[in-house]
Design a protein around this ligand. Structure first.
Ligand code: NDP
Ligand code: MG
Length: 380
């Protein structure tokens, strides 16, 4: 199988390359293209090791750097959104791992679908911002859409136990993040370093902050709605601190089916690469006797306002999820650069949502325009 990895220098991208190493001799995967935003040094190391046809550094100011680094190889070097789209549509490519963070992944992923490539999807923001257009394109071009987000991979795996008509609801588990149980008052002076310390997962900065605000769970509700074609009323968020149950589904006979494993993104990445097969994994087994107990609770949407805001935008539909996503990206970047406090993330998102009038009919170009207008007109 030939794969292009969009976002190979990130947390998901680097773990995907480890999965490719793990599977060597069991299922051989050729890496056709790798991409990063600005990390030319890591792209060079990956290019020398995996010998792709194409290496793309999205940031145009880094193009010459990468080109010089790979001058003694026959690897093509490209840049910009055009380069990302080239990586997503190479002739010999069978599957694209969409693991760029944020809205920047949308256009290349849509191009991959239009070129008939199967999609392993980590980049949830694409489904949040353009779910309807995305799913229509998947149907039209008859490509396979395989979830990489751990909860959605768990739901996908659990759904194999029944027919779609028999599904009653989805139980979407949430670790609760580093601040579970805290009050608004205790969250006032949270520092970036505290928010970047997730109890169970090591991930890129943006999703780690989303996990701390619970926006991540809100985005995942919208992601689940599109991936599994379910109503918002049929998705329940359940706090499960241990991150062993990655999500569950309840069927009409009240039987609940779950997928369990230690918290490792290599599991859902590998399953997307090998589906419908299951192949041996380098991950450790769950030792239930050592874990001893698994706990469950309800999320606190009053303290963690982002979850409620995402639900609200999701239910409104139209371009509101695009506005939510763009506002959140702006606010998280501002929090990470020290411009706003932790609680201002939700305040900003709420304020931006109130400024936009919804539109129910829109094209991909409209989505791109809405995203751009949030970033340009409401800078922080
Ligand atoms: P990282 O920040 O670790 O990596 C992001 C990747 O995208 C890097 O390769 C980065 O390049 C690249 N990138 C960033 N900005 C741009 C841009 N403007 N144009 C092109 N490329 C860009 O993120 P993660 O790997 O943590 O997350 C990736 C996606 O997967 C997100 O959508 C996240 O929600 C989702 N996901 C992640 C999980 C995880 O465990 N990490 C779990 C479930 C979902 P560079 O390195 O050069 O900056
Ligand atoms: Mg997840």
């Amino acid at each position: 199988m030939n794969i292009s990895i969009l976002g190979s220098t990130g947390s998901i991208g680097t773990q995907a390359l480890e999965v490719v190493d793990d599977l060597k001799g069991i299922k051989d995967i050729t890496i056709l293209a790798i991409t990063g935003n600005s990390n030319a040094e890591l792209l060079e190391a990956q290019a020398r090791r995996y010998k792709p046809q194409l290496a793309v550094v999205a940031d145009e100011t880094k193009y010459n750097d990468l080109k010089c680094r790979l001058a003694d190889t026959d690897i093509t070097v490209s840049t910009g959104e055009e380069g990302l789209c080239e990586a997503a549509t190479l002739d010999k490519c069978d599957m694209v791992l969409s693991s760029i963070v944020g809205f920047a992944g949308l256009v290349p992923t849509m191009k991959a679908i239009e070129a008939g490539k199967d999609i392993a999807l980590a980049n949830k923001e694409t489904l949040v911002t353009a779910g309807g257009l995305f799913c229509d394109a998947v149907k039209r071009h008859k490509v396979r859409l395989l979830p990489v987000d751990s909860e959605h991979s768990a739901i996908f795996q659990s759904l194999h136990s029944g027919n779609r008509g028999e599904l009653k609801k989805i139980l979407l588990t949430a670790s609760g993040g580093p601040f579970y149980g805290k009050t608004q008052d205790e969250l006032k002076n949270i520092k970036k370093e505290q928010a970047l310390k997730h109890p169970n997962w090591s991930m890129g900065a943006k999703i780690t902050i989303d996990s701390a605000t619970l926006m991540n769970k809100g985005l995942e509700i919208i992601e689940a709605k599109w991936l599994f074609d379910v109503d918002f009323d049929d998705i329940e968020v359940l706090v499960h601190r241990e991150s062993i149950i990655h999500s569950m589904v309840e069927f009409c006979d009240k039987s609940v089916i779950a997928q369990l494993s230690l918290p490792s993104m290599k599991h859902p990445i590998q399953y997307a690469f090998t589906y419908p097969q299951r192949l041996p994994s380098s991950d450790s087994s769950v030792s239930f006797a050592d874990i001893a107990s698994l706990t469950f609770g309800k999320p606190d949407e009053e303290t963690f306002r982002c979850l409620a805001l995402a639900k609200q935008a999701g239910r409104m539909g139209g371009v509101m999820p695009t506005v939510l996503n763009a506002a959140n990206e702006v606010a998280v970047a501002a929090f990470l650069s020290g411009k706003i406090g932790f609680l201002q993330i939700a305040e900003y998102v709420e304020n931006i949502l109130s400024k936009y009038e919804n539109r129910l009919n829109f094209s991909l170009e409209d989505i791109i325009e809405v995203d751009r207008s949030v970033r340009l007109e409401h800078k922080l």
